[in-house]
Every structure is written in C-alpha cells, then in structure tokens.
Design a protein around this ligand. Structure first.
Ligand SMILES: Nc1ncnc2c1ncn2[C@@H]1O[C@H](COP(=O)(O)OP(=O)(O)O)[C@@H](O)[C@H]1O
Ligand SMILES: N[C@@H](CC(=O)OP(=O)(O)O)C(=O)O
Length: 466
C-alpha cells in the first residue's frame, strides 16, 4: 500500500519519542511504500515566533538566546539519537548547515529591526527543516535508505499569500509526484518537512498553524496514496479534548464532513483545510496514536449509513474575543454589514463567527484574541458615529460547538444544548448554526468552557458512544 504518515510535534517532543517514531516508521515501511511528513519538535515553532517578536522589539540579546536554545536542543537530540559515527557526522554537517542558515537569517532580521510576512514565513519554517534531519538520519541508522526534503525540495508550490498560503495543485502534482515517486521506486523513505512550501519565486511560504496536516494530505492527493495516517499524542479523534474531559471516548469512524466541522472548531487542532485535497479522490484517513500502534484510531471516510448518534463531539475554540456592535444612524441603510466586514478584511482581521440581530440593529463578531484590540480601533476610526453607535469588546471568550451529522433535521437538539449550558451555570453570549446543521455553536466566557463542555458531554452521553 502507498502510505503517507504524518507525525505531529507532540510525537517528536523528546529523544525517546523520536526513537519511537523511527521504530514505527521502520516497521511500517517494511510492508508499505511510505512517505513520512514531520512537524517541528514540540515547542520549536513557538520559539521561532518568539524570536520574531524579540527582533521586532529590538531585543537582540534574548533573540540570540532563543536561537542558541533551539540550536542546542537539536544538536543534543542528534547526539543521543545516532551512534554510527559515519551517520552521526553526516547528520551533524546537515544540521550545522541548516542552523547556520537560520543564524544568518536572524542576524539579518536583527540588523533590519523588522520582520515582513515573507521573512516571518521563512523564519518559522525552520522547525520542520531541523526535525526532518533528526528523523531521516535516525531511519538511516536502522539501515533504511532515507532522505530529508523541505516542502520546496519535495515540490510543493504555493501562491504568495504568506502565513496562509494555498498549494497550486496542478504544478505541485507534476513536481511532487515526480520527486516522491522517484524516491519510493528506489525504496527510499522521503521524510518531508510539513507546514511549508515555496511560491513560484522560490520564497518559502507557510500554510498557517497546524499546517503539517495539510502538507500530508497535499502529498497523499498528488501521489494517489491508498491511505493517510495522522499520528499524534492522542488515540484518535475523541468526543472532546481528552485534556479537558477525562472520560472522552475515541470515535472509531467519522465522515469527511464531520471531520471538517471538527477541525473548523478546533478539535484535535487539525488544520482547517486538511481534508480538501482528499475529497475528490476519497482517500481514507486514519487519525492514530504514535505511541499505541495496535490501536486503529479514527477512520475518516465516506459515511456508510445515517448516524444514530445526533452529536459526536463537543469542540471548543478558546482564547477568542467578542465584538458587540450597535448600529448608528446609517445602520438601517443597505450595505452596513458590508462596510464593517470590508474594514475588518482590509486590516487582515478574520471574523470567525458572526450573528446579527435585526430588531436591535446589532452585529456580534468573534475574532482571534490578538486581533480584538486592533479590530476595535479600526472600526472606531472608520465607522463610529456613522454606521456604528457603540462598540463593545469582551476578551477571553470561547466558542463551543456540538458537532454530528445525526443532528440534521432532528427536533429538540438546541433545547438540550442550551439546557446543558444552563445546568453548568454559564451565560450564552451568542449563538450560530451552519445551514448544513452539522454544528450548533455558541459563545461563553472562557472561564466557563470546561463546565459547559462537561455538561454537554454528559447530556449527550458521549462517554458511551460506540
Ligand atoms: N476532539 C479531540 N480529539 C482528540 N484530541 C483533541 C480533541 N480536541 C482537542 N484535542 C487536543 O489536540 C491535541 C493534539 O493536537 P496537536 O497538539 O496539534 O497534535 P500534533 O502535534 O500531533 O499535531 C491533543 O493533545 C488533544 O489535547
Ligand atoms: N509546527 C507547525 C505545524 C504543525 O502542524 O504543527 P503540529 O503538527 O505539531 O500541530 C505549528 O506548530 O503550527
């Protein structure tokens, strides 16, 4: 079978974890033509983001300290992973070359004192560049032929939308299938860096946080893989975040449309566009544990029959902010909403959830917490006193979503949802339901998140789901 196997950062956190990943790949690759996709070693992308913030603040000393930390961590990992002197020397030389490139980049950014979207993507792509070196050379130590490839080297070509790029699928398919199939035909295991590709000018681009999932599905689609596996620190897709709900249960099977909804609402932190490349070819996906390979995890595929469970998952997007906008004298006229969203979009602020109330001429919008203050400012400058009468903000809210295809057309779900929220003593601040009826989402204070998710999990008896 032709297989794409992606390991997330949580599976690459320690030397022991990486050894475990490599052992698993060694076993899988004996029976299957295998392409490996890796995220960065756990925490590295956050550290690279930290460097960019320090550069912008002109804090050269701490930026260099963070750089040294990343460099030391990867060199230490390499020392502990490899015993064969020849392989150790090759890994060391490859790591040194990648780390020098990173150092040169950071020094350049420090000199300029600014980080453009293009240089930001180049900077934060380094976590994956370094992790693939560790994994690929460790596979060589177990006598496999293997090669680390950046997204660019593998052939992933994207548009130039830095930070949120999309693959140019036709060009990518031609380049990537040639490179990867050549490697597979030589019985070589390609280890591809997730999260990033390059635009047509060869500038590194990233897909946005969590983007290694997307890299894996792009590759699976381009090489016509038989299956794709996302390996993580959890058993699979669960009825709720197991870190929040202790008795969350593994979902053995979900449909593509349910998985898309779950990803959109933050379940398993899957990149929202992950499933797009799989849909036309209907490539089955398994979400599995890196640490328990006997567990088959969750199968994401076409639905076999109508689900009897109305709700399958309670997901939460935490740390978001809410804008409550009350209409002014021009609100009643046509185009008020268009003006609001045009101001937000010109300032690169994404409205994550929207609900409007015609009788009170008000619109409520959820944005990322880090965008809240800026959203308030730009709306104040552009629309206060004309289209808008009042702008209120509430930081620290959470979007809660109940998800499941069995909700479609079923009477009484909403009342059970809001009764459960009421039982947890939480105030519902905003409500929205997609026309697909696959989800029902609402907003509560972030402090109430755990209580509401627990109450909903109990209400729909998700701990007994089959
Ligand atoms: N419904 C859910 N099912 C499984 N995991 C979930 C769910 N909701 C949130 N999570 C969280 O997602 C985490 C895995 O996502 P992430 O850290 O991005 O993994 P990786 O590094 O493997 O890509 C888990 O540790 C778990 O706490
Ligand atoms: N390293 C990137 C991409 C990624 O997908 O990571 P993970 O698979 O660990 O969520 C990030 O942190 O966003």
């Amino acid at each position: 079978m032709k297989l794409v196997v992606k390991f997330g950062g949580t599976s690459l956190a320690t030397v022991k974890d990486i050894k475990n990943v490599v052992k698993t790949v060694d076993k899988i690759a004996k029976k299957n033509k295998t392409v490996v996709v890796c995220s960065a070693v756990d925490g590295t992308t956050d550290e690279l983001i930290q460097i960019s913030l320090l550069v912008e603040k002109g804090n050269k000393k701490d930026a260099n300290r963070m750089l040294a930390k990343i460099s030391q961590k990867h060199k230490q990992f390499a020392d502990h992973l490899i015993t064969n002197p020849k392989i150790s020397k090759s890994l060391s030389s490859k790591l040194n070359s990648d780390l020098s490139e990173l150092e040169e980049l950071v020094n350049g950014l420090i000199l300029l004192g600014e980080v453009t979207p293009r240089s930001y993507d180049y900077l934060i792509s380094f976590g994956e560049k370094l992790s693939i070196d560790l994994v690929s050379f460790s596979l060589q130590e177990l006598k496999n032929k293997s090669m680390p490839l950046s997204g660019k080297e593998a052939g992933i070509v994207t548009d130039s939308n830095f930070g949120d790029s999309r693959p140019l699928m036709d060009t990518t398919k031609i380049r990537l299938s040639k490179t990867i199939n050549e490697h597979l035909n030589k019985n070589l295991i390609p280890v591809v860096a997730g999260f990033a590709g390059a635009d047509q000018h060869d500038h590194t681009t990233t897909f946005g946080r969590g983007g290694s999932d997307y890299t894996a599905t792009i590759i699976a689609s381009c090489i016509d893989a038989d299956e794709i596996w996302l390996m993580s620190d959890v058993e699979g897709m669960m009825t709720a975040d197991p870190k929040l709900i202790k008795n969350a249960k593994l979902l053995k099977q979900v449909s593509y449309s349910e998985a898309i909804e779950m990803a959109r609402f933050g379940a398993k932190q899957i990149h929202p566009r992950t499933f797009e490349p799989l849909l036309s070819k209907k490539i089955p996906m398994r979400i599995r544990s890196s640490f328990d390979v006997n567990n088959q995890g969750t199968l994401v595929t076409l639905p076999h029959s109508k689900s009897k469970d109305p709700v399958k998952c309670v997901a939460a997007i935490r740390k978001v902010g809410l804008l409550d906008l009350t209409g002014g004298i021009l609100f009643a006229g046509p185009g008020a909403a268009a003006k609001i969203f045009s101001v937000l979009s010109k300032n690169d602020i994404n409205a994550m959830m929207v609900s409007s109330n015609p009788s009170e001429s008000s619109i409520t919008i959820v944005v990322k917490k880090e965008d809240l203050h800026r959203a308030e400012n730009v709306l104040e400058i552009n629309l206060l006193g004309t289209t808008l009468k009042k702008i209120e903000t509430i930081p620290n809210v959470a979007i809660i979503a109940v998800i499941g295809s069995g909700m479609r057309g079923k009477v009484g779900i909403a009342s059970r949802v809001f009764l459960a929220a009421q039982k947890s003593n939480s105030n519902v601040m905003m409500i929205a339901q997609g026309s697909s009826e696959l989800n029902l989402a609402f907003v509560v204070k972030d402090n109430d998140c755990k209580a509401v998710v627990t109450s909903l999990h109990n209400e729909f008896k998700l701990n007994t789901i089959k």
